[in-house]
Design a protein around this ligand. Sequence first.
Ligand SMILES: [Zn+2]
Length: 637
Amino acid sequence: MRRLVFATFAVLAMSAVAPMFASQPAPVAVTPITYRVTFPEPEHHWMQVEMTVAGLGATPFKARMSRSSPGRYAVHEFSKNVFSVEAFNGKGTKLASTRPDIDSWQVANHDGTVRIVYKIFGDTPDGTYMGVDTSHARMNMPAAFMWAQGIEARPIKISFAPPQGLNWKIATQLFTTSEPWTFTAPNLQYFMDSFTELADLVISEFTVQNTDGTPVKIRLAAHSDGAQADVDELAKLVQPMVREHMAVFGEFPKYESGNYTFILDYVQWGDGDGMEHRNSTAVSSPGLSLKTPQGRSQALGTISHEYFHNWNVERIRPAGLEPFDFTRENTTCCPWLAEGFTQYYGDLLLRRAGLSPRVPVNYAVGVINGAGRQVRSAVQMSEHAPFADAGVSIDANDRARTFISYYTYGAAIALGLDLSLRELSNGKITLDDFMKLMWKDFGKPGGSAPGLVARPYTLRDLRAELTTLTGNKKFADDFFDKYVEGRDVVDYARLFKLAGYELRGSNKGGWAGSVAVQTVGGGLLVGMSGGRGGGPVTKTPTAFNSPIYKAGVDFGDIIASIDGQPATMDSWAALSTKPAGTSVKLGITRRGGLAATGTLVLEADPALTVVDVAAAGGSLTEAQKAFRDAWLGTKAK
Ligand SMILES: [Zn+2]
C-alpha cells in the first residue's frame, strides 16, 4: 500500500511540471484487476493464471493475449501457448466463452465479475518469451498474461504462489506490498513492462548517489552458477559502469519501484537475450559462468547496453512505441537511435569505466560496405524492423542485400555524429551533450503515470534538437539529410584521423562480390546453403551492383564454366589472385536448365579495417592523445 500512495503522489507531482497533462482527471479509485499465478507441475513447463475482473457492468468482457511486446518489433502471437481456458462469474458459476479472434476470449452474461483461469506453456526463458521448470519461472509479461481489453488504465494486483521446497525468490520491478508474494502495477502499460523471474536467485545490491544527492539503489538478481561472492564481484564491476552511464545524461532517472534491477539468467537451457524495461532489465546468456572473471566480464556487454536503455527508449521514447499497442506490430522511425546509439554507448561506457579495451569504431565498416545501403536509409532499415527482428515468416527474403541491422547502422551514425560534433566544436560539444538535451526535453518530463511517457520524440524533433545543440541548422540538416534519412555515409576516414585511427583498404584485387559457391553436378551452385538432412535452405541473393550481380548471376544459378574451362572450387578461388579489372567469361546454367553466359569484371576488394595507429606501432600526436582522452576517458566523478 505504501508504494501505491507514493505512486499517486508522484502522478500529481509530475502533472504539475507537465502542463499538457494537468487537465487530466486525477486517478479514480477502481477495483484492481487481480492475477493469481500458480505452478502445480513446473516439471511439465506450464503455469496456471487466474485473472479476476470486477465492476464490469453488463457489457461482454474480452480478455486477450498480446501479439507483440515492447523491445521486440515482430508479432509473436503469444496466445499460441495458452490452453484449458475457463471462465466463471462472481459466484463461481462456469460461463461460456467465444473466440472473436485467435488472441481473444469473450465472455457475455456475467454478473459484473469474470474470473478467467488458463494454463500456459513456456520453455524459452529469455527476455521475450517465458519458461517454466523446476529451476525457475521466467516471464516476459506480454508472453504470459491475458489482459482486459478496454480497461487498460485500471491498477493491477498480482500474487504468485511458488512451488514448495524450491527456495524461489522473486525479481521484478512491480511495486511491493506488505505481502511478500503480492505486487501491484498502476496500469497495464507498467504491468506489461514488469518482467518477472522466480528462482533460487542470488541478490547483490549497491547504492549510488544521484546528482541531487538522493540515493539510487541498484540490484542484481542472478539465476546462475554464481555464489553470493561471485554476484557481488559482478556488482563491483557494474557499479563504475552505472556511474559512467549517469555521467552521459547528468542524472539517474527516478526509478518508480524504488530501485533498478538487473534480472540475470545464465542457465544452460536458456536463450540469449537482453530486454530493457523502465526500472529493470532481463538479461540471459545460456551457460555464462559468473564464477570466473572472464564470465563476469563477458556479462557486462549486454548489461551495459540494457542499462543505457533505461534512459534511451524507456524514457526518451520514439513516437510509435508510446503508448505501446499490444495488439499489433509497433513501427517507429528510430530504432537506429533507440538501439544503435545504445549499442554505441554500451561499448563506449565500458571503455570509459575501464572495464573493456574495446572502442566502438568497427560499426562504421559494416555500414560503409553494407549492401543494403544501396536501397534503404537508416530510417527505412528501422521501419523494416518488424520483418527483421525475429520475424517468423518462412518464405525467402532478400535481406542479405537490402538490409543492415539498425543496431550496426545506428551505432555507426552515433560514432559519426560524436566525432563530427567534436570536430565541429573543437571538442566543446559531444554526443553526450545531445543525449543530455534529449533527456531534458523528452525523458525527464516523465508521464501522467508510471509506465507512460508524455512526450515521445519524432524524427523532426531529433533534427531540431541537433540544431538547438549546435546552433547550426545547416550542419543538422546536412547530417540528417545525408546520413539518417539519406543513404550516404559519414566521412569516417577523415574523422578517425582526429583520434589516431585509420580506415585501411585491403589492397586486394580479384573481388567477384560477397558470394558463396559450392560444388554440385554441373559446376558451382551460387548462394544456397543448408537444405541437406531436412534443414531449411538459405538463399542469399547477390548484392546489387556487385561484380557477380552485374555478370547476371544470382542464387540458384550454377556457374558451369570459367573462361571456357569447367568451373571448380580451385578455378573460382584463383579469381582472387587476378588484378582488379580482369574480365572473365562465365558459362551459367539457370534453374530449369537454360544455358546463359555472363561477363564477370573483377573489382578491387572493398574490405576495410580500422587500425589503431598506436596499437599498430605508430605514435599519436598530442592533439590525437587529447582527443582520445576526451572521448574515451572517464566522465564519472
Ligand atoms: Zn537494445
